[in-house]
Design a protein around this ligand. Structure first.
Ligand code: FCB
Length: 449
C-alpha cells in the first residue's frame, strides 16, 4: 500500500449544472430554456420527471455552499443558466438572475472555494431555439454577448471559466438523435451545431480577452476511450470514425485549426457550412482544457449502425461490473485519453472536470449511504490521473460528478451520481461514505492505493 501524493495546489472539487440542481425554473424573471420545454412534453424523460424543482438549489444555495466547505472541497464547478441572465436569449438582462450567481461567487470565495463557472451546460433559452437554435449562425454572436454580460459582472471573482460543457453531447444527443433537448433528429443540424458551438466558444474567448479578464478560460469536452472490437480493418476504421466524430471533431479545430478530413469525407453533405476566418476564431489560445471521462467502449463496424456505421459495447476492467447507467468502468481509459491529448494536441493544461458513477445507493435507517463502490471507483480513477501526471500530463484538478444527487437529463431523477444524497421528498442533504472518504483525500492531498 503506497500513498500517491498529488501536486501542490491541486484543485479537488465537485461539479453540478444549473438545470440539474437549481429548480426555480420560472422564478425571479427567468426565461424558459429548451430543457424546460423538452421536459414539459410527454414521454421525453423517464418517469415524466422534470427539473422544475430539482435539488431546489436556487433557494438552498447558502446551505449547499456550507456543505461544500464542510467537505473541504477547494473548488466548485457550476454552470450559469443563460435564460436566467437573459430571459429571451438576447436583449434585456435580468438583474435578479445575475444577483443569484453574484451571491454564489461571494459565498464560495468567503468559504475559500475557487469558483469554476461554465457558461453553457445545455440550457439554451427557448427563444433562441425558436429563432433556429444552435444551427442558426447568429447564436454564436448571441452567446458571446451573453458571455460578455456575465464576464462584466463576475469576472472580478470567478477565476476559471468554461464556455461550453460537452458540445458533442449537445450537438448529437440534442440535434442528431433527438434524445436530449431540443429533441431534433437531423445530422446536418447536428454538425452545423458543432461548428457554431466552436465558433461561439472562440467569440466568447475573444470577448473575455477584450474585457481584460484576469482569470482562465477554456472549454469542457466529453471523452470516451474507443477500442476497435477486433483487428479487422472494418472495425479499426469504425473505431477511428467514432474517435474523429466524438473527440477530434472538437480537439482538432480548437488546437490545430482544422477539421478531421476522413470524417468529413464520410459524412458528405452533412458537413457544416464554414465561413472564411471561422477556423482562426475557433483556434483562440485557451488557458485549459476540461476533460470529462466516464466510459471505454469497443467499436465494431455495423452495416446498419447509423451514419457512422458502428455499434459500441461498454468495457469494464477485470473486477468491475456496470454502473446503474449501464456504463462500463475502466480507469485505464482515463489515462489513455489524457495521454492522447498530451501527445497529439499540444499538452494543454487540464482539469478533469467530470468523472463519477451512478450506483444503486441503499440508505440505512438514518439516511446514510455506505457507497463503498463509489469510493473504489473514485480511488481507481484518481490513481489513473496520478499515473497520467507521472507520465507528464499537466493535470491540475479533479472534479467529481456530482456534488449531490440530481436530475440526470433524459434519465430523470433515478440515477444517483452524488457524493451527497438528496432525499427527493424532503430535500435533506446527507453526505455519503464517498463524500467522507473524499474529504480525507483532500485533507492529505493524496490517495492511498
Ligand atoms: C455528463 C454531463 C453531466 C452529467 C454526467 C453524468 O455528460 O455533462 O451533466 O449528466 O454526464
Amino acid at each position: 500500500m503506497s500513498l500517491r501524493k498529488f501536486p501542490e495546489n491541486f484543485l479537488w472539487g465537485a461539479a453540478t449544472a444549473a438545470y440539474q440542481i437549481e429548480g426555480a425554473w420560472d422564478e425571479d424573471g427567468k426565461g424558459e430554456s429548451i430543457w424546460d420545454r423538452f421536459t414539459h412534453r410527454q414521454h421525453t424523460i423517464l418517469n415524466g420527471d422534470t427539473g422544475d424543482v430539482a435539488c431546489d438549489h436556487y433557494h438552498r444555495m447558502p446551505e449547499d455552499v456550507a456543505l461544500i466547505k464542510e467537505l473541504r472541497l477547494n473548488s466548485y464547478r457550476f454552470s450559469i443558466s443563460w435564460p436566467r441572465i437573459i430571459p429571451q436569449g438576447r436583449g434585456d438582462v435580468n438583474e435578479k438572475g445575475l444577483d443569484f450567481y453574484d451571491r454564489l461567487a461571494d459565498k464560495l470565495l468567503e468559504a475559500g472555494i475557487a469558483p469554476s463557472a461554465t457558461l453553457n451546460h445545455w440550457d439554451l433559452p427557448q427563444a433562441i431555439q425558436d429563432a433556429g437554435g444552435w444551427p442558426n449562425r447568429d447564436s454564436a454572436d448571441w452567446f458571446a454577448e451573453y458571455a460578455r454580460v456575465v464576464f462584466r459582472r463576475l469576472g472580478d471573482r470567478v477565476a476559471m471559466w468554461s464556455t461550453h460543457n460537452e458540445p458533442w453531447v449537445l450537438a448529437f444527443l440534442g440535434y442528431a438523435y433527438g434524445i436530449f433537448a431540443p429533441g431534433i433528429a437531423d445530422y446536418s443540424q447536428a454538425y452545423q451545431t458543432a461548428h457554431h458551438l466552436l465558433l461561439a466558444h472562440g467569440k466568447a474567448v475573444q470577448a473575455f480577452r477584450a474585457e481584460g479578464g484576469s482569470g482562465e478560460i477554456g472549454i469542457v469536452l466529453s471523452f470516451g476511450h474507443y477500442l476497435p472490437a477486433s483487428d479487422s480493418s472494418a472495425d479499426r476504421a469504425a473505431a477511428q470514425r467514432v474517435y474523429e466524430n466524438n473527440s477530434a471533431l472538437f480537439l482538432q479545430p480548437l488546437f490545430k485549426g482544422s477539421y478531421p478530413e476522413m470524417l468529413f469525407d464520410w459524412i458528405g453533405s452533412h458537413a457544416p457550412k464554414i465561413q472564411e476566418g471561422d477556423m482562426e476564431i475557433i483556434r483562440q489560445p485557451v488557458n485549459f482544457l476540461g476533460v470529462n471521462y466516464y466510459t471505454t467502449e469497443t467499436i465494431s463496424f455495423a452495416q446498419w449502425g447509423g451514419l457512422l456505421k458502428h455499434v459500441s459495447q461498454p468495457v469494464s476492467a477485470p473486477g468491475w461490473g456496470r454502473t446503474e447507467m449501464g456504463w462500463g468502468v475502466n480507469p485505464a481509459g482515463l489515462l489513455a485519453v489524457l495521454l492522447d491529448i498530451k501527445e497529439n494536441f499540444g499538452s494543454p493544461k487540464i482539469y478533469i472536470t467530470e468523472n463519477g458513477c451512478a450506483l444503486k445507493d441503499t440508505p440505512d435507517a438514518s439516511g446514510f449511504v455506505a457507497d463503498w463502490g463509489r469510493v473504489n471507483y473514485l480511488r481507481d480513477h484518481f490513481m489513473a490521473a496520478h499515473d497520467a501526471i507521472q507520465q507528464g500530463v499537466d493535470v491540475r484538478g479533479y472534479y467529481v460528478w456530482s456534488l449531490m444527487d440530481n436530475f440526470e437529463w433524459a434519465h430523470g431523477c433515478a440515477p444517483r451520481f452524488g457524493l451527497v444524497r438528496v432525499d427527493c421528498e424532503t430535500q435533506e442533504r446527507i453526505p455519503k461514505q464517498s463524500a467522507l472518504w473524499y474529504s480525507e483525500v483532500i485533507a492529505g492531498n493524496a490517495v492511498q492505493e
